[in-house]
Design a protein around this ligand. Structure first.
Ligand code: MIG
Length: 789
């Protein structure tokens, strides 16, 4: 019921410390002294918490949460000390503004500590309880321990060449964590772009401290109770990563730099000769004239359009780096500078002059990406490359990185113009904008590409970003190192990025700096073949890391894993499409879908799932030849490589260089395709469906042209049920009008023993492999296939 909004005096204190608790239709507002706390229910399970100083709430605007999402709220039921939604009970102590959130049956989700809000000049610290046994994940690409309990982190986007597993901060600021513990999961997202921090009991045992040097006290409490619910809700707030073009899921070859047209062609033809599937080659800064963005060194690359066209004929696309630091080159007929200067698109010093900082081109100027007009201008700069057929773009150095300064970035008083979204137009300091600058750079690129090629899905990769950056770009973990330690770290970074909304992420395979041993490089290829974005990249003056770099035996193993990925594309693509709809990461910690795995007793820091159905169990010490334990969640699994059922839930794996243990959940119908050398090739032969019988047995087909937005799609669910007489496979009716490449479906049922008959269908069984195989015509309509023993 709608209640009066009039404040209710709940305590009789001295007037200077008036305490009030006023219900709102969508939450509650409490005042104590100079502070006002407003808690609103955005949905039944997402709370927004804002704190005003001296009665004035900061501007209601955000780079992460769109206005339309912030505008949503639900009506709540008032309580004496707060309010309730069907999922939550919110309590506020009006004397201290201490907030606690319980679930509908009164179980605590999260609570402030006494004295919960500390102000320090423009900064603040919030203090919350850290119950024993609660673990913390997320925070984007941060290094450090996988579980963040006991550690402390700063959010300040930093060019971190040669970072170590202890370096913090690094490239991205995603001020969001997911907690998991005995009581379930919740998340907190601090929507504040200033230099901020999260301390998980590092400074003070049992205290979760969240703070910032400035800006609004504005955060979201996201209830679960499961981790998937928290992550999905976080992406309801900050956006889902759009489905990438299918070629982004292919194998990607990069190096700093392929120096010429001839070298790029040589890499491409060597890939094809070596029969290593490949979709992308990346052009790093040396394709440009003097490192000036949006130029081409025409001596080394005389005809980029012809190069792109010829490679495309071979199923290979080009991605080009386009850094944000425009060369400060007046009078040189350099359009990015001239048009940017004329349009007032560059950042200013506090005295009004244009800010100039040294980066790759030498003196450079920096676009004002928080202005929509400047983003629009930036987007037009891609026209020539788009016309040349460059498929995707790489936004590096956008922390922003500045050379020759100990801060590695621009002065904090550099002036940005905010004129975007529902922000009031105003000037803002670099201290406020720094952490969102890279995201707005990638947004400008993404939106520019959408205008230039409205039908195509843009592909942008960014190094720096902020919460919500997944809407515009994929990301990678920057300048890692060729070490076993970094291979381990990369898995944890990619998992945490996925939990932080960045479902498409990569780590330079082989390590950027240094040079990997052949074994390290091969192992890295194997693991990366099961990660969302699979890109080999390395720094200048490092040993070569292309698949053939270490001789035929290593090449054979690397090729086999790249091939496995291409065969898995129908599965991987369906997982990516699920991610675009739900926010469920593509690569997940095992406990995401199997909560008991968190306490299973094996070291699972290198285990992850790709979608729900594939479990990749890399060794937690990948350099060690010693056997290690793999814990499999309850419910039954099959070995992906042999197809045989696995018995037991704890296995001992003996490492072998050519084997990466991968398991398939019992109850999976796994779609795969014939091998291709590029996603641009039409697979020849049937779609294969591998059926791994078990509980809740199903599989999803999702397919489309892989390139455009709003094209025709195909979606179909297939289920299987074990019956007394055998097995039934039920094809659901196909949704959508997309006509797929396959005309037939090759079914393999795993774990099969004995004979089998299907009316009107020839079957074959294999007693050693324990398989039953048969081929069906394509099944676009609902149909039941009954197998009897
Ligand atoms: O200052 O473009 O992280 O991937 O190869 C180095 C050259 C600039 C840093 C990127 C790296 C890229 C390199 N860039």
């Amino acid at each position: 019921m709608l209640r009066s909004i009039a404040p209710v005096l709940v305590a009789l204190a001295a007037p200077a410390h008036a305490q009030t608790l006023a219900p709102r239709t969508d939450g509650v507002e409490a005042r104590a002294g100079a502070l006002t706390l407003r808690v609103t229910a955005q949905t039944d399970a997402i709370l927004r918490v804002r704190i005003a100083r001296d009665g004035k709430f900061p501007e209601d605007a955000s780079w992460a949460v769109p206005a339309s999402v912030r505008a949503k709220s639900v009506r709540v039921t008032p309580l004496a000390d707060g309010f309730a939604t069907p999922a939550l009970r919110v309590h506020v102590d009006p004397a201290t503004l201490r907030l606690s959130v319980d679930d509908a049956v009164g179980k605590r989700i999260t609570a402030d500590l006494p004295d919960p809000i500390k102000l320090d000049g423009t900064g603040f610290t919030l203090r919350k309880a850290m119950p024993v046994g609660e673990q913390y994940f997320g925070l984007g690409d941060k290094t450090g321990p996988f579980d963040r309990r006991g550690a402390s982190y700063v959010d300040w986007n930093t060019d971190s060449y040669g970072f170590s597993p202890a370096t913090d901060p690094i490239y991205k600021s995603i001020p969001f964590f997911v907690s998991v513990g005995g009581g379930g999961s919740y998340g907190i997202f601090l929507d504040n772009s200033w230099r901020s921090w999260f301390d998980f009991g590092h400074r003070e045992d049992g205290t979760l401290a969240i703070g910032s040097t400035g800006g609004p006290i504005d955060y979201y409490v996201i209830a679960g109770p499961t981790a998937p619910e928290v992550v999905r809700r976080y992406t309801d707030l900050t956006g889902k990563a759009p489905l990438a073009p299918r070629w982004a899921l292919g194998y990607q070859q990069s190096r700093y730099s392929y120096m010429s047209d001839a070298e790029v062609r040589e890499i491409a033809s060597k890939m094809r000769q070596s029969q290593v599937p490949l979709d992308l080659i990346w052009l790093d800064i040396d394709y440009q004239y003097h490192n000036w963005p949006f130029t081409v060194n025409t001596q080394a690359f005389p005809d980029l359009k012809k190069l792109a066209g010829d490679l495309k004929g071979d199923g290979i696309r080009l991605v080009a780096i386009t850094d944000l630091h425009v060369a400060a080159a007046p009078g040189k007929n350099y359009a990015p500078y001239d048009s940017g200067k004329a349009g007032g698109h560059f950042l200013h010093n506090s005295d009004g002059s244009t800010y100039v900082g040294p980066v790759w081109p030498g003196p450079a100027v920096f676009p004002d990406f928080t202005r929509k007009a400047s983003r629009d201008w930036w987007g037009t700069l891609f026209k020539a490359f788009v016309d040349d057929g460059i498929a995707g773009f790489w936004n590096d150095m956008n922390e922003p990185a500045i050379f020759e300064t100990p801060t590695k970035t621009m002065p904090l008083d550099t002036v940005h113009r905010v004129d975007s979204d529902d922000f009031a137009p105003r000037d803002a300091s670099h201290a406020e904008i720094h952490n969102v600058y890279g995201m707005e750079n990638s947004r400008a690129t993404f939106e520019g590409l959408k205008k230039l090629r409205p039908d195509d899905r843009p592909f942008v990769m960014t190094r720096a970003s902020y919460a919500g950056g997944q809407r515009y770009a994929v990301t990678w973990t920057g300048d890692n190192n060729a070490s076993w330690e970094h291979l381990r770290l990369s898995v944890q970074q990619l998992i945490n990025l996925g939990l932080s909304g960045f479902s498409y992420s990569a780590a330079d395979v082989g390590g950027f700096t240094g040079g990997p041993s052949p074994e390290l490089l091969t192992r890295w290829y194997e693991i990366a073949a099961f990660t969302p974005v699979f890109r080999v990249h390395a720094a200048k003056d490092t040993p070569r890391t292309e698949p053939w770099a270490d001789g035929p035996e290593h090449l054979a193993i690397r090729r086999r894993f790249i091939e496995a990925r291409y065969r898995l594309l129908p599965y991987l693509y369906a997982v990516a499409e699920e991610n675009a709809r739900t926010g469920d990461p593509i690569m997940r910690p095992v406990w995401y879908d199997y909560p008991a795995a968190r306490t299973a007793g094996c070291d699972q820091s290198m285990a992850f799932t790709l979608g729900r159905s594939l479990l990749v169990a890399a060794s937690p010490k990948p350099e060690s030849p010693r056997p290690y334990d793999v814990c499999l969640p309850a419910g039954g699994w099959y070995d992906y490589w042999s197809g045989l059922p696995v018995s037991g839930d704890k296995l001992s794996e003996t490492p072998a260089l050519d084997r990466l243990p991968v398991y398939v959940r019992a109850g999976t119908i796994l779609p795969r395709q014939p091998l291709v050398q590029s996603t641009a090739q039409v697979p020849q032969g049937p779609l294969s469906l591998d059926v791994y019988p078990g509980k809740d047995c199903s599989g999803t087909l999702y397919w489309d042209n892989g390139l455009t937005v709003n094209g025709a799609t195909l979606r179909q669910t297939i289920r299987c049920t074990q019956t007394a007489s055998g097995l039934t496979i039920d094809f659901g009716a196909r949704e959508g009008t997309y006509k797929p490449w396959w005309k037939a479906i090759a079914v393999t049922v795993h774990g099969w023993q004995g004979a089998a008959t299907i009316k009107g269908v020839a079957t074959s069984t294999n007693a050693t492999a324990r398989t039953l195989a048969f081929t069906l015509p394509d099944q676009p309509r609902a149909a039941r296939i009954a197998v009897t023993r």
